[in-house]
Write a protein that binds this ligand. Structure first.
Ligand code: GLU
Length: 481
C-alpha cells in the first residue's frame, strides 16, 4: 500500500499556524513512508473563500519547505462529482430531501432546550411520501439533502494518536445535512460530505488533522460505509495552546505564518519548532533537525495526546541557532528585506561586501532577523542621536580630549585598518594619560550614539569605510565640550 495523505485547508484566512503544523505532520508521515502528500483547497464556502488566501497558503507551505506531490485541487471545480455522489445516496435510499424550514428547526431547538435536551434534528422528513414531497414543493419550500444516521449505531475507530474512540449515532445531531439545494436541484455540498467523496476519490490512506475534527470523524465513517469504501486510518493531532493553556488565537498576537515571517523567524527554525509542537524525536536531546532528518524518525507513537503549549522562548532559541550557523551570504539575503522594510537605503558606499561585513558584525547577537534593523540603525543613518547614557558618557572628564585625539590621528589615515585603529586608541590613552575604558566608551558613544553594541573596532572600521566616522567624531566633540 502506498501511503497517501492530504492537507485540506479552507482558504478563509492566511496560512494558520495550526494548519501549518498539521501540514508538517502530514509531510513527515508521507516522507517517512515514501508516500504522497496531496494538497486540496476546500473552497466550497463561496462567501468566505478568497483567492488571496489560497495564495497565502501555497506561499506559506512553500516557504516552510513543505512541498506537495499532487494538487492543489480545488473543491469548487469538483461540484459535479459531489452531485453525482449525492445522487447515489438518494437512489439507495440512504439520503433524502428534507423540507423543514429554518423557523421549524428553530422551534424544534427551542422545545428541546426547554426540555433540557441537546439540539438535534428529529428526522421528521426521513420517510416522506411522494405526495407529501409534492405538497411541500408546491408550497415553494426549498430543501436540503440529509443522510440517515442510525441512533443505535456505535462508531469505533482506532485513532493513531488517541487510541480507541467510540461514538454513538445518537450523539451526532440527527440525520446530517450533506448538501443544500440550488435553483437547478442539488447544490453546494457540505464539508463532511465533500471531504469523504474527495478522500475516497484521492485514495487517501491516512487522514491526519487537528483534534477539532474528531467529532466529524464519526459522521465521515458512516459516509465511507454508505459508499462501500475502505475507511482510512485517522490521526488527530493535539491543539496548539498558549502558555495559559488556552487555544492559541488572534489574541496571542500571531495566527498566520506570514506573521511569523514578518517577525523575523527563519523557515528552518519555525518548521523545526512546529515539529516539536506535539512530537518528540526518539533521542529527545536532539532538538535541532531538518525536516528530512525528522521524517526518518517520525511516527505517531511519539505524538502527544495533550495539547502542545506554544513556547516563544524555545522558538526564539531555535531560530537564533539557525541564524548563528547560517553562511553570511545567505543571512545577508534574508536581512536585506527587513532593512528595506525599515526604509534603510544602501546609498553612500553601502555595497554588498560592506553589507556582509555588517551582517558578520551583528549576526551572533540576532535572535530574529528583524533584530538586525535596530542593531544596524547607526550604520544606516547619516547622523546619530545620542541616547541619555551616551550624552552622559560624552560629558565625562577626558572624553572630549580623547575624541579630539582620535580625530586628529585620523587626519592622515585615508583608510583605516584594524591594527591602525588599535594603535590610535593606544596612542591616545598614552599621550593624554587616560583610562582605556573611558576612551573606548566615549568612542562608542560618539560613533553609534549608544553605550552598548557590537564590537567597537569593527563598527568603527565599517563607519570609516563609508566616511561617517570623522563627521560623527566632530559632532560628538561639539556635544562633549
Ligand atoms: N477544510 C478543513 C479545515 O480546514 C479540513 C479538515 C480535514 O482535514 O478534514 O479544517
Amino acid at each position: 500500500m502506498t501511503v497517501r495523505v492530504r492537507l485540506a485547508p479552507s482558504p478563509t484566512g492566511n496560512l494558520h499556524i495550526g494548519t501549518a503544523r498539521t501540514a508538517v505532520f502530514n509531510w513527515l508521515f508521507a516522507r517517512h513512508h515514501g508516500g504522497k502528500f496531496i494538497l486540496r483547497i476546500e473552497d466550497t464556502d463561496l462567501e468566505r473563500s478568497r483567492p488571496e488566501y489560497t495564495e497565502s497558503i501555497l506561499a506559506g507551505l512553500s516557504w516552510l519547505g513543505l512541498n506537495w506531490d499532487e494538487g492543489p485541487f480545488f473543491q469548487s471545480q469538483r461540484l459535479d462529482m459531489y452531485k453525482e455522489a449525492v445522487g447515489k445516496l438518494l437512489e439507495q435510499g440512504l439520503a433524502y430531501r428534507c423540507y423543514t424550514t429554518s423557523e421549524e428547526l428553530e422551534a424544534l431547538r427551542e422545545a428541546q432546550k426547554a426540555r433540557g435536551e441537546a439540539p438535534r434534528y428529529d428526522n421528521r422528513h426521513r420517510n416522506l411520501t411522494p405526495e407529501q414531497e409534492a405538497a411541500y414543493q408546491a408550497e415553494g419550500r426549498s430543501f436540503v439533502i440529509r443522510f440517515q444516521i442510525d441512533h443505535e449505531r456505535e462508531i469505533v475507530w482506532n485513532d493513531l494518536v488517541r487510541g480507541t474512540m467510540t461514538w454513538r449515532g445518537s450523539d451526532l445531531g440527527g440525520d446530517m445535512v450533506i448538501a443544500r439545494a440550488s435553483e437547478a436541484g442539488i447544490g453546494q455540498p457540505l464539508y463532511n460530505f465533500a471531504v469523504v467523496v474527495d478522500d475516497i476519490d484521492m485514495q487517501i490512506t491516512h487522514v491526519i488533522r487537528g483534534e477539532d475534527h474528531i467529532a466529524n470523524t464519526a459522521k465521515q465513517i458512516l459516509l465511507y460505509e454508505a459508499f462501500g469504501a475502505k475507511i482510512p486510518e485517522f490521526a488527530h493531532t493535539p491543539l496548539i495552546l498558549n502558555m495559559e493553556g488556552r487555544k492559541l488565537s488572534k489574541r496571542d498576537g500571531v495566527t498566520s505564518i506570514t506573521d511569523f515571517q514578518n517577525m523575523g523567524f527563519t523557515p528552518e527554525g519555525l518548521v523545526n519548532y512546529m515539529t516539536l509542537l506535539g512530537w518528540s524525536p526518539p533521542d529527545s536531546t536532539e532538538e535541532i533537525f531538518t525536516l528530512e532528518t525528522a521524517a526518518k524518525e517520525f511516527s505517531f507513537e511519539r505524538v502527544n495526546k495533550a495539547g502542545a503549549k506554544f513556547d516563544w522562548a524555545k522558538l526564539d532559541w531555535l531560530n537564533s541557532q539557525y541564524i548563528h550557523n547560517m553562511p553570511i551570504d545567505k543571512l545577508t539575503d534574508l536581512v536585506i528585506p527587513f532593512w528595506q522594510t525599515a526604509e534603510f537605503t544602501f546609498a553612500g558606499g553601502r555595497e554588498r561586501p560592506w553589507l556582509e561585513q555588517l551582517v558578520t558584525l551583528i549576526s551572533q547577537s540576532l535572535t530574529r532577523l528583524v533584530d538586525a534593523v535596530a542593531m544596524s540603525q547607526p550604520f544606516f543613518s547619516e547622523t546619530v542621536e545620542f541616547s541619555e547614557e551616551a550624552s552622559q558618557q560624552l560629558k565625562q572628564e577626558g572624553s572630549a580630549v580623547a575624541l579630539q585625539g582620535i580625530f586628529t590621528a585620523l587626519e592622515n589615515q585615508p583608510q583605516l585598518l584594524e591594527a591602525t585603529a588599535q594603535d590610535i586608541i593606544k596612542q591616545v590613552v598614552k599621550e593624554q594619560k587616560l583610562k582605556k575604558g573611558l576612551v573606548m566608551r566615549s568612542l562608542r558613544a560618539a560613533l553609534t550614539g549608544d553605550v552598548h553594541g557590537p564590537d567597537l573596532i569593527q563598527s568603527w572600521l565599517l563607519l570609516n569605510q563609508i566616511g561617517l566616522d570623522k563627521p560623527r567624531l566632530s559632532q560628538a566633540i561639539t556635544a562633549a565640550s
